[in-house]
Design a binder for this molecule. Structure first.
Ligand code: WT7
Length: 636
């Protein structure tokens, strides 16, 4: 039992060493003692990073929802599982008990079945942050359907790409959504997407904003009447340990997003175990993660991790700025939140407002503060620590990825001494390695390199949907026998890790992982655009913002530049979503290229950073003359 909940640093080192020396025994014990299984495994781990093939708990059978719901009914039936806090603070919060959640998930699962959804079918969930989002997700898991949650801020094109990539048969959505003072016509976006999704047979629509929408006869169904007629009981499908649980898309270095596939048993074990320890969750605590369930953070640490531990988890529909920038603090006071998990971009936006709004509310319930999604800068760390945590709540700076399924490098609060901007130590079972440019592992401390992981952990993604080759090339080909994260990191004199940022073509904007390629593809669709390149530049709230260099076709040069900028951002919004809009667009006659035709992003990045002293040797470029031109016309 003691290994499940780590309470002091010595114990961390002890358990960590055990998890590295005897990984199979270690994970077997955790799996054995803290979860319910229909059948136990034959083998704990089988792996080969060269294929790559990773199997945890092979031969075991289970249903993750029995671990998140059924098993709590004996002791926690009336405990609140989910607190729904609506966008509008005047709308009452909803407390959903474990029993109610169990019943609502069964009803939803029965509706899915009545629409012909079976084990292995893919279901797309495009729903705002309302209880039905969590319920639909769990309902899929209950019947063995593979959920693909698409963040309900994505455009119709992005939605259609994701629906088609994994052949979803059914889409769950809402008539619309609230976002601060605005409403969004979600069903309209779905209708547009479905024009190019021939495989979708049915659409279930949650009524949220009561707007006028069109319902397509035979395809679209209001959810509520179906739920009202569905049974609150239902057998959970028996799943194999390695059956896919969900697909979640993340951007990569080509236009096609990567559908990361997570499987059942390992994902459950690791997300539950990390949740318990990283947030030091105790039975009566109220936990709040402000992410959207459309991202991995929400999957693992709003839904599965907390519910597997019988926790109370808040599901917040709103935004930090509505009705004013005190909303987060108001919600913490109102629900007496004990663990609060948010993103550096939100912290920076709130810090800009000054301390008055934070001081207005009673935040004394807080015990643990979390940060995720991008490196947290020193200033934001201190603001969070001083004003929100009052220097009493440790900050856990948690490093992980969509691909890793769960938290990988993090302090354990009240256990690991924290240090601003450091994610500190690997979590139990995680074996990081830093690699130099020649592919050699950098041993010892005070080294900096590319961050890899040497040994499998239970919640790692197993493949990219429909493209195992791409999975292998992206993650297992850069360094022999290692998972490559795409991040750079340093290890300091005591062995603490600090993530230094992406080393590939991914840019993190407001904590959202954006690939340059899909944005460039979108821009290039504009009829006046010949070519484009995107880089990131530092931004005081968003962390990074996007700077675009755009070459126009001849006739484009006669057009009004501000109008062109608007049109380009409009196209990006349509193809990807408003989060990918460019802050700066510079029109140029050329892009610096190597002789093999590769765009030299390093130079473009320096210019966008206004760091002109170290452009380096540009004489080997195909077209060194454009550098001067770009530099001269750069946007401040
Ligand atoms: C990338 C993964 C994992 C949930 C949210 C993002 C960056 C994430 C941190 C952190 C520094 C971080 C990395 C990573 N990142 N957390 N604590 N410190 N960087 O998931 O969209 O898959 O993005 O986010 O660059 O590779 P994601």
């Amino acid at each position: 039992m003691s290994n499940y909940h780590i309470k002091h640093l010595e114990e961390y080192y002890q358990v960590y060493r055990k998890s590295i020396r005897e990984p199979e025994n270690f994970w077997e014990e955790i799996a054995e003692e803290h979860f319910i299984w229909r059948k136990k495994w034959d083998k704990v781990l089988e792996w080969d990073f060269s294929k790559p093939e990773i199997k945890w708990f092979q031969g075991a059978q289970l249903n993750i929802t029995e671990n998140c719901l059924d098993r709590h009914l004996a002791t926690r039936a009336n405990k609140t599982a989910i607190i729904f806090e609506p966008n509008n603070p005047d709308e009452p919060a909803e407390h959903i008990s474990y029993l109610q959640l169990y019943q609502r998930v069964n009803q939803f699962a029965n509706v899915l079945k009545s629409k012909g959804i079976k084990k292995g079918d893919r279901v797309c969930i495009y729903v705002p942050m309302i209880p039905e989002l969590a319920i639909a997700t769990l309902a899929c898991a209950r019947i063995g359907a593979v959920h693909s949650v698409v963040f309900a801020g994505f455009s119709s094109t992005a939605l259609a790409t994701r629906i088609n990539d994994c052949d979803c048969k059914l889409v769950v959505t809402a008539d619309g959504s609230y976002r601060g003072a605005k409403t969004i016509d979600l069903k309209g976006i779905v209708d547009e997407a479905l024009d190019s999704c021939p495989g979708v047979e049915s659409v279930l629509v949650v009524k949220r904003i009561d707007s006028e929408i069109t319902m397509k006869e035979g395809r679209d169904f209001w959810l509520q009447p179906l739920l009202d007629n569905a049974s609150t009981e239902g057998e959970a499908e028996v799943m194999d340990a390695e059956d896919p649980l969900f697909i979640l898309y993340t951007s990569g270095s080509t236009g096609q997003p990567k559908g990361m596939v997570h499987t059942t048993a390992g994902y459950m074990v690791y997300t539950a175990y990390t949740f318990k320890n990283v947030f030091q969750y105790r039975e009566k605590d109220v936990y709040w993660c402000t992410a959207d369930i459309g991202w991995i953070t929400g999957h693992s640490y709003i839904v599965y991790g907390p519910l597997a531990n019988g926790a109370t988890t808040i599901l917040f529909e709103g935004v930090p700025s509505y009705p004013d920038f005190g909303r987060f603090w108001e919600v913490i006071e109102k629900h007496k939140v004990n663990q609060f998990y948010t993103a550096p971009t939100a912290i920076r936006a709130l810090a800009k407002q000054g301390p008055e709004l934070v001081e207005k509310y009673d935040l004394s319930s807080l015990k643990v503060l979390g940060s995720v999604g991008e490196p947290i800068n020193e200033e934001a760390w201190h603001w969070y620590n001083d004003n929100v945590g009052k220097r009493k709540s440790p900050i856990v700076d948690t490093w992980w990825q969509t691909e890793t399924g769960g938290i990988m490098i993090t302090p354990i609060p009240y256990v690991t001494p924290t240090r601003p901007t450091y994610a500190t130590l690997p979590f139990i079972g995680i074996q990081p390695a830093l690699m130099d440019a020649t592919g050699t592992e950098l041993k010892g401390n005070q080294v900096e390199g590319r961050l890899c992981i040497k040994f499998p952990w239970p919640s790692m993604a197993r493949t990219i949907w429909g493209n195992h080759q791409r999975y292998k090339e992206t993650y297992f080909s850069a360094y022999d026998g290692m998972y490559f994260t795409g991040d750079g990191a340093l290890r300091d004199e005591v062995g603490y890790y600090r993530i230094t940022g992406r080393v590939d073509d991914v840019i993190i904007v407001s904590g959202h992982n954006l690939g340059t390629a899909p944005i460039e593809d979108a821009i290039n669709e504009h009829p006046a655009v010949a070519e484009s390149a995107i880089v990131g530049f530092p931004h005081d709230v968003k962390g990074n913002a996007l700077y675009g260099y755009v070459i126009l076709k001849d006739f484009g040069e006669t057009r009004d530049q501000d109008n062109l900028r608007k049109e380009i951002n409009q196209i990006i919004s349509e193809h990807i979503g408003p989060i990918a809009k460019l802050d700066k667009i510079q029109f140029t006659t050329g892009l610096p290229k190597t002789r093999s035709g590769k765009i030299m992003r390093r130079i473009l990045r320096k210019i966008a950073h206004n760091d002109l002293s170290t452009l380096g040797d540009i004489s080997t470029l195909l077209n060194p003359e454009v550098v001067e031109d770009i530099t001269k016309n750069r946007l401040e």
